[in-house]
Design a binder for this molecule. Structure first.
Ligand code: GLU
Length: 574
């Protein structure tokens, strides 16, 4: 059965707040959002909701929930129903339809109500075996190579007795009685997937601690929240027949299901949140580090982490370690991409293509690949979804990002760069004010692939005047070659610098131009020696900006030092 009203499309993203929002979760959220948006654009009732699946209280945390909300908002994904967050002076989320709360931990009564219904109708039953008893049975099955599955021995206890023991508070779990006939998932991407009764197991819907399992909670919530379309990763396909069994037992309609391809690294390994730790562990082994170099991480914990493939370090420790070892960690979480200076529009564009092909052409006949959120919200559908693996191509993502940066207006670039730096590179904000960054914008935005790269473009501004390292080859070529004409020009220009006032890019450019005309030399003959003197190398943003950004005093000091080095024959001529 499928949810009935074709005019209603309600999708949901249901993260478990046990860590950061990773790239797979972000893709799910994005496509669920887009699917609901499209319905809305087509005049249907489209809604996207956010639900926090925090029934695993030991692994869930409110800080993780807040991080997820913040990351979604940063990506530009908003939800009609769900926990609220303030973003850019707007409130995202709410409970307009009155189907909340949206934290599963606040819905326990609802789950129990449904579990009780299932028990009363004999679709579920309490089972009293201790974990040790079950483990012993599992062992026997493994040894006999028969494959373990719960043997329903709880059903040998007369119904009345079972109910009495449960009512008396004897520790138990509740299991769903799975049907005897096959279950078919009508998947919108994969087609029909049928699972037969021999693969069924009477799985647990309420644990010994009284908490519902994910399977029960997700089904009850999807039904009570009116979810019509469940779009999620293929790793959940294995769960779907169970969910359908619960729906059938409770008399709920099944939502429409669509399971998206898994995301793989280019080397064929599954992209995992542990990839960062894996990279750091490899680097530690290569560096033969045997004790913890990190404050707050004991040698014993360091050794445990190193040995155990599944162990992860907290983000800040991992970043510190990578910094010490000079290794670049692969970005996995949305926060990683943000820190690395990706723009949300580039990330969204790329994420949407992980499994989806818009199957339309540009005017020049090439496939549509670059699009914005509005295009995605108008075009996204299951028809273009692939069944196979989705490869995460970092090179392609980087080129999407570089293009997105280059397309920003100077004002936009400067403000995004500043926002980024205020979180991830405060020294940049201290060194440059907003006007400086705006002045640098045209030069920097075309030279960087990420906002973090911006610093490399203007790295010279962070070096002490007397610590500039001159690139020997560039210095020789610009200053000393051909009777040292460059050096002579540099000496003369230095004397004129004092007259440039105010020391703005325009005035500097004009002064260089006038100087060249006066001395009847080409611009390159003057600009290049100055550039090398001030930055140490042959490439930099346009000269006016380069000089203005470090200020007149520093320019004079740097030129003087360069003249000294050149007079002494250059740093190196090779
Ligand atoms: N809470 C589940 C997860 O984070 C999602 C469940 C679902 O989409 O049905 O994997």
């Amino acid at each position: 059965m499928s949810a009935s009203d074709p005019n209603t499309v309600i999708t949901r993203f249901a993260p478990s707040p046990t860590g950061h929002l990773h790239i797979g979760g972000a893709r799910t959220a994005l496509l669920c959002w887009a699917y609901a948006q499209r319905a809305q654009k087509e005049g249907r009732n489209g809604r996207f909701l956010l639900r926090i699946e925090d029934t695993d209280q030991t692994r869930s945390s409110e800080s993780s929930t807040q991080g997820i909300l913040k990351d979604l908002a940063w990506l530009g994904i908003d939800w009609a129903d769900g926990p609220t967050v303030e973003h850019n002076n707007k409130t995202i989320g709410g409970d307009e339809r009155g189907v909340g709360p949206y934290y599963q931990s606040q819905r326990l009564d609802l789950y129990n109500e449904h579990i009780n219904k299932l028990i009363e109708s004999d679709h579920a039953y309490p089972a009293f075996e201790t974990p040790e008893e079950l483990e012993a049975k599992r062992k026997v099955a493994i040894e006999a190579k028969t494959g373990y599955k719960y043997d329903r021995s709880a059903l040998d206890i007369p119904r009345e007795e079972r109910m009495q023991r449960m009512a008396a508070g004897e520790p138990h779990v509740v299991r769903l009685k799975m049907p005897d006939s096959p279950i078919t998932v009508h998947d919108q991407i994969l087609g029909d997937v049928t699972v037969g009764p021999d693969e069924f197991d009477d799985f647990i819907i309420r644990k010994r601690d009284g908490f519902p399992t994910y399977h029960l909670a997700v089904v009850v919530d999807d039904a009570l929240m009116g979810v019509t379309h469940v779009l999620r990763g293929q790793e959940h396909l294995i769960n779907t027949p169970r969910h359908i069994a619960i729906q059938q037992s409770l008399g709920f309609d099944s939502p429409t299901y669509a399971h998206m391809p898994l995301i793989f690294n280019p080397d064929g390994s599954k992209m995992s949140k542990r990839d960062k730790d894996k990279t750091a562990k490899r680097a530690v082994k290569e560096a033969k580090l045997e004790s913890s170099p990190i404050e707050g991480l004991s040698d014993a914990d360091f050794a445990k982490w190193l040995k155990d493939k599944t162990r992860q370090l907290p983000s800040d420790q991992l970043i510190a370690l990578a910094g010490m070892l000079g290794v670049h960690l692969p970005e996995i979480d949305v926060e990683d991409f943000r820190r690395a200076g990706y723009l949300p529009e580039a990330l969204n564009n790329y994420l949407a293509l992980l499994g989806w092909n818009p199957k339309s052409k540009n005017d020049d006949g090439t496939d549509v690949e670059r699009f914005d959120m509005d295009y995605l919200a108008s075009h996204y559908g299951f028809e273009g979804m692939g069944k196979g693996q989705a490869k995460f191509d970092r090179v392609k993502l980087l080129s999407f990002n570089a293009d997105a940066i280059a397309q920003l207006s100077d004002e936009d670039f400067a403000s995004r760069w500043r926002d980024w730096a205020s979180s991830y590179d405060p020294a940049l904000c201290e060194r440059f004010n907003a006007n400086d960054m705006l002045m640098l914008a045209p030069a920097v935005k075309t030279r960087c692939k990420t906002l973090a790269d911006g610093r490399d473009v203007i790295g010279f501004a962070f070096v002490q005047d007397d610590a500039i390292e001159f690139d020997g080859k560039a210095l020789h070529k610009a200053l000393l070659k051909g009777e040292a004409k460059g050096l002579e020009m540099l000496k003369r220009f230095k004397d004129e610098l004092a007259t440039i006032d105010p020391f703005t890019p325009e005035n500097i450019e004009q002064a260089v131009k006038d100087f060249c005309e006066k001395h009847e030399v080409g611009m390159g003959k003057v600009a290049q020696p100055i550039r090398v003197a001030v930055t140490g190398g042959p490439v930099s943003p346009p000269l006016g900006q380069t000089l203005a950004i470090i200020g007149k005093h520093a320019v004079i000091a740097r030129i003087a030092r360069c003249i000294e080095v050149a007079d002494a024959g250059g740093a190196a001529k090779e």
